[in-house]
Design a binder for this molecule. Structure first.
Ligand SMILES: Cc1ncc(COP(=O)(O)O)c(C=O)c1O
Length: 498
């Protein structure tokens, strides 16, 4: 056997990283390299490439936390090597999770007796939380149908067409039909009347959203509860409600304590919330809490004992990090109710400044509401010269990441920009963004002829019949074509909005 050592240059260890050969060699992309490289070179290569990512704090597409206090960063770093699932080995971490679950369940007014603890679990985010809640509803419905000797192979969930993609994932992965209430221009949330009309004996739940991803608007859970109670009484069904409070779950309790959307409503059986959104923790942590023990079927809970004592688990993944759970507990005790309230109030104030600045340009319609998640969703009043997709592109030049997207059915012809106002988006940044939007509008206004010619060409091409005669289209159809064209152009490049 020949053993070779390949030190190309014995003095290499003396060179600074940028003088080493690692900086001129191309980096491995598809195959694991044969040989090791020094740690400082590996660090430099990767951190340099990452410079080309967007700046998280200017990523206004995301609800997810981009700033935490350095004290919490320390706790996070110290727990990076702790596997959350090793509950017997890390009982304190498990205890912190349980404390968080209890605090959240109490915040949402779960009917917990003095001698009881809350039922819930920490997850990677709201998506996992929703999968777990959905599974619990499906299993409960199946058990009931079986006991009644009825078919149980065709479950559905009623939602608005504005649901986040994780609901579509749940539906596809776990074979549940998603029955979506269509939106319309001017109404971008689920209409509870239409939702309840769509409920049938196979509906495992109605999912309402507290803080629509698209506009931040809260759906009317109270009205839904009333209408569904009536329908349940008439039909004998027991269709429950799940509230997807991914964003709104850490807004409503602090800003609108009298708004009834939570376990105060009897049909609400489970609620999810993202700890990494307005729970103010870095990604990824989410939570799901159930009204009571009877709402989480026993056979979905696994008991493991090979790590020590008996540990119940109900999660999709086995191993995961502990840091985020610890960070969530830090925020709860560090900020308390008062701290969360102040932070969310500031977010709302800054969203207002932004909204007023955008309105002042006279060029946009505001689609988001004053009550809801602190964000501003706005559409162009006139998209005949350019669209929101171009505005989004141009804002990138000022380093802002502002997503543009079209609404779901039946409001696809409406295209919007959305700015999520997070804790770390101060008033001065809001004012700066308004001024940059004004600059972008000026720039785009200055190139009308090129844009108009190009757009007109695209529209005319799209509107030709089989025998090549152009068809006259209505203003809305033209708008749809223009939006489709620009959407296609930027789709490949734009970041997803979560
Ligand atoms: C309403 C809603 N539900 C669910 C999700 C998914 O949340 P997560 O990213 O925590 O998985 C989102 C994400 O934005 C959301 O807005």
């Amino acid at each position: 056997m020949v053993i070779t050592t390949t030190v190309a240059d014995p003095r290499e260890h003396l060179y600074c990283t940028f003088a080493s050969r690692y900086m001129r060699d191309s980096v491995p992309k598809f195959l694991m390299p044969e040989r090791s490289i020094p740690k400082d070179a590996a660090y430099q290569i990767i951190s340099d490439e990452l410079m080309l990512d967007g700046a998280p704090r200017l990523n206004l597409a995301s609800f997810v936390t981009t700033w935490m206090e350095p004290e919490c960063d320390k706790l996070i770093m110290a727990a990076l090597n702790k596997n959350y699932v090793d509950m017997d080995e890390y009982p304190v971490t498990t205890e912190l999770q349980n404390r968080c679950v209890n605090m959240i369940a109490h915040l949402y007014k779960a009917p917990i007796r003095e001698d009881e603890t809350a039922v819930g679990v920490g997850t990677v985010g709201s998506s996992e939380a929703i999968m777990l809640a959905g599974l619990a509803f499906k299993r409960k419905w199946q058990m009931k149908r079986k006991s009644e000797g009825k078919p149980y192979d065709n479950p559905n969930i009623v939602t608005g067409a504005n649901v986040q993609v994780c609901w579509e994932k749940f539906a596809r992965y776990f074979e549940v039909e998603l029955k979506e209430v269509k939106l319309s221009e001017g109404c971008y949330v689920m209409d509870p009347v239409k939702a309840v009309e769509m409920v049938d004996e196979n509906s495992i739940c109605v999912a309402a959203i507290l803080g629509s991803t698209l506009t931040g608007e809260f759906e009317d859970v109270k009205l839904l509860n009333e209408l569904l109670t009536k329908k349940n009484q008439e039909t004998g069904w027991q269709t429950p409600i799940h509230v997807d409070a991914a964003s709104g779950g850490f807004i409503a309790p602090f800003l609108y304590p009298d708004l009834e959307w939570d376990f105060r409503l009897p049909l609400v059986k489970s609620i999810n919330v993202s700890g990494h959104k307005y729970g103010l923790v870095y990604p990824g942590v989410g939570w799901v809490v159930w009204r009571g023990k009877e709402d989480l079927p026993d056979d979905l809970v696994f008991h493991i004992n090979y790590l020590g004592s008996d540990q119940p688990t109900f999660t999709l993944n086995f191993s995961k990090g502990s840091s985020q759970i610890i960070a969530q507990y830090y925020q709860f005790i560090r900020l308390g109710f008062e701290g969360y309230k102040h932070i969310i109030e500031n977010c709302m104030e800054n969203a207002k400044v932004l909204k007023e600045g955008i309105e002042k340009t006279g060029r946009f319609n505001i689609l988001s509401k004053d009550v809801g998640v602190p964000l501003v969703a706005f559409s162009l009043k006139d998209s005949s010269q350019y669209t929101v997709f171009q505005i989004s592109e141009y804002l990138r030049r000022f380093s802002w990441i502002v997503p543009a997207y079209t609404m779901p059915p039946n409001a696809e012809h409406v295209a919007v920009l959305r700015v999520v106002v997070r804790e770390d988006f101060s008033r001065s940044l809001a004012e700066r963004l308004v001024s940059d939007i004004e600059k972008v509008l000026e720039e785009l206004d200055a190139i009308p002829s090129y844009a108009i010619t190009k757009t007109a060409h695209v529209t005319a091409t799209a509107n030709k019949t089989a025998n090549d005669k152009p068809v006259k289209s209505s203003e809305t159809e033209t708008q749809v074509d223009v939006i489709k064209h620009w959407k296609k152009l930027v789709d490949g490049r734009r970041t997803g909005a979560c």
